[in-house]
Design a protein around this ligand. Structure first.
Ligand SMILES: Cc1cc2nc3c(=O)[nH]c(=O)nc-3n(C[C@H](O)[C@H](O)[C@H](O)COP(=O)(O)OP(=O)(O)OC[C@H]3O[C@@H](n4cnc5c(N)ncnc54)[C@H](O)[C@@H]3O)c2cc1C
Length: 508
């Protein structure tokens, strides 16, 4: 009898893992993870993501050992690995989860499918979230997603007949040294299901009480939010098990109003997770081209290395922006509003095209999830045609979200000596104040890279002018038809929505 290979990708767990459950039911199983240097050499991959994955693999290895099974880790190209394996140990079927990844993984999966067809190996794939493969129209999607989430979580099989690789070469320790040359994030979250379960328990134990109140400020969000994103992105936990655990708490525990609303808001975010991933699944091109083609040419020819370098180095001169970049570098995580603000600052006052900015941010995020990431990049840059042009002013955001300057002073040491009166616009400090506090703008703190008000006005005017063009308006309906959420028809061509609808729309 041939072996069933379970190919682990972004699903580094044994629980709620149908490919494994089905393989274990059928016969001998080989659990495979392939470290793919070509994947990790992509411009959206980084050492911090790999660090998280490596820890997740160790945890997975421990969980397998408890079931007398072993994780087989091989370095190389997946097709070449399958080819070698099949020659020595015939493969009956390859089991995996469907992946909504970047263009590279899409191409790789097609190559695997071709290889399976050519070698008579059955390739069986299962969805692992609410994303529907081959979806023809968006109507009815929500009901299908909800049905998926309500289906029972697959228990891990207690035991199965384990098969090892038919060769005995330990994977090289520094397999990715040549491709991952960037630095890890020293304060990032640790990978693995054990860590993921702890994060889930912590969040649910607090019953979501601070979730809605605390999610927007970068000061409170690290504790108020669930911090499950990297565990969901790399599959330490399934969205379904997290959703069901939350629902169970909502049904069973005596909760106050804030907790109930917090948990419900959290469940909506879990739905958005699938909603945004569905966009990339349905239109993989949104990773590299504008969702609404009427926006082509808006920023492409005006790239500025200088403005981009200021952003990446955290030297824009706007303290909240620079503090967010510093936190991201150190921790690999930021809350939603601050992510949106960074992209908005890149897209409007700095007038940078979203694609290169998106690669840089993807590498920064330990929780990089292509479907959410690229959809959000386009939304916050105003190139979808179906969302409000939401332009975040970094000075206003600082007043609203960090009024006492605790956050900027934590991440930007030079801000510690700046008097409260100049927290939001330190570049306006008179020379005597600079001399008194020992912080010289241009030396200890950068001057803003552009004049904010002028740049914002100019950027908005250009986007609105484009949006007003009849051919651009005509193109909006097609994007709505393909991608918009049908939940209350929240995503609609922007110019037709009321103010009330727009406030609902902030995060979609
Ligand atoms: C420009 C930009 C890029 C982003 N890139 C990513 C990314 O690569 N990976 C990623 O997981 N999230 C991304 N997000 C969404 C969001 O910022 C993060 O999911 C969230 O900050 C993660 O923290 P958390 O797990 O504590 O979130 P919680 O608020 O506790 O939410 C729970 C889960 O719901 C999902 N979720 C939350 N907010 C959103 C949202 N707005 N859209 C879709 N799903 C959501 C995530 O899976 C998250 O883990 C991005 C947002 C923006 C504006």
């Amino acid at each position: 009898m041939g072996v069933r290979v379970v190919w682990f990708k972004r699903d580094l767990r044994l629980h709620d893992h149908l490919p494994l459950a089905e393989a274990a039911r059928a016969g001998p199983v080989l659990c495979l993870y392939v470290v793919e240097p070509a994947l990790w050499a992509q411009p959206d991959a980084s050492a911090r993501q790999w660090g998280f994955v490596r820890e997740s693999l160790r945890d997975l290895r421990r969980a397998l050992a408890e079931r007398d099974a072993r994780l087989q880790v091989v370095v190389g190209d997946v097709v070449a690995v399958l080819d070698r394996l099949h020659a020595l140990q015939p493969i009956e079927a390859l089991h995996a989860h469907e992946e909504t990844g970047n263009g590279w993984t899409f191409g790789r999966d097609r190559a695997v499918a071709r290889w399976c067809r050519a070698h008579g190996v059955a390739w069986r794939e299962w969805p692992q979230n609410g994303v529907v493969r081959g979806l023809r129209e968006r109507d009815g999607w929500q009901a299908r997603r909800d049905a998926f989430m309500a289906a029972p979580v697959a228990e891990p099989p207690p035991r199965w007949l384990n098969v090892d690789l038919p060769w005995n070469e330990p994977p090289p320790r520094d397999a990715l040294a040549a491709v991952l040359t960037d630095a890890d994030a020293p304060q990032r979250q640790r990978g693995g299901r054990t860590e993921g379960l702890l994060a889930l328990q912590r969040f649910l134990a607090e019953g979501g009480a601070d979730y809605r109140r605390g999610m927007s400020s970068p000061l409170t969000a690290p504790d108020a939010c669930s911090r499950l994103s990297p565990h969901l992105a790399w599959g330490n936990l399934s969205v379904r098990e997290v959703d069901q655990a939350t629902q169970a708490l909502l049904a069973a525990a005596p909760l106050d109003r804030a907790q109930r609303q917090g948990l419900q808001a959290f469940r909506s975010r879990l739905a958005w997770h699938c909603h945004f991933m569905q966009k990339l699944e349905s239109e993989p091109e949104l990773e590299w081209r504008n969702l609404h083609r009427g926006y082509d040419g808006l920023r492409e020819d005006e790239w500025s290395d200088e403005r981009f370098a200021a952003l990446v180095q955290g030297r824009t001169g706007w303290p909240l922006v620079d503090a967010c970049v510093a936190m991201l570098r150190e921790t690999g995580w930021l809350n939603f509003r601050m992510r949106a603000m960074l992209v908005s600052v890149a897209a409007y006052p700095l007038w940078l095209h979203w694609r290169t900015v998106g690669h840089w941010l993807a590498r920064q995020f330990v929780d990089y999830e292509p479907g959410i990431h690229w959809s959000q990049l386009q939304m916050q840059s105003g190139t979808t045609g179906i969302n409000t042009t939401r332009v975040y002013n970094p000075v206003k955001q600082a007043r609203d979200q960090d009024p006492q300057g605790h956050f900027v002073r934590r991440w930007l040491p030079a801000m510690r000596a700046v008097p409260d009166a100049w927290l939001f616009e330190p570049w306006r400090m008179p020379a005597e104040t600079q001399a008194r506090c020992g912080v010289v703008v241009g030396r200890d703190l950068p001057m803003p890279v552009v004049d904010l008000d002028t740049a914002l006005r100019g950027a908005k005017a250009r986007v609105h002018a484009l949006r007003a063009r009849p051919e651009v308006q005509a193109g909006e309906a097609a994007v709505v038809e393909r991608h918009a959420s049908r939940a209350g028809r929240r995503e609609q061509p922007a110019r037709r929505r009321s103010a009330a609808e727009r406030s609902q729309q902030e995060l979609f």
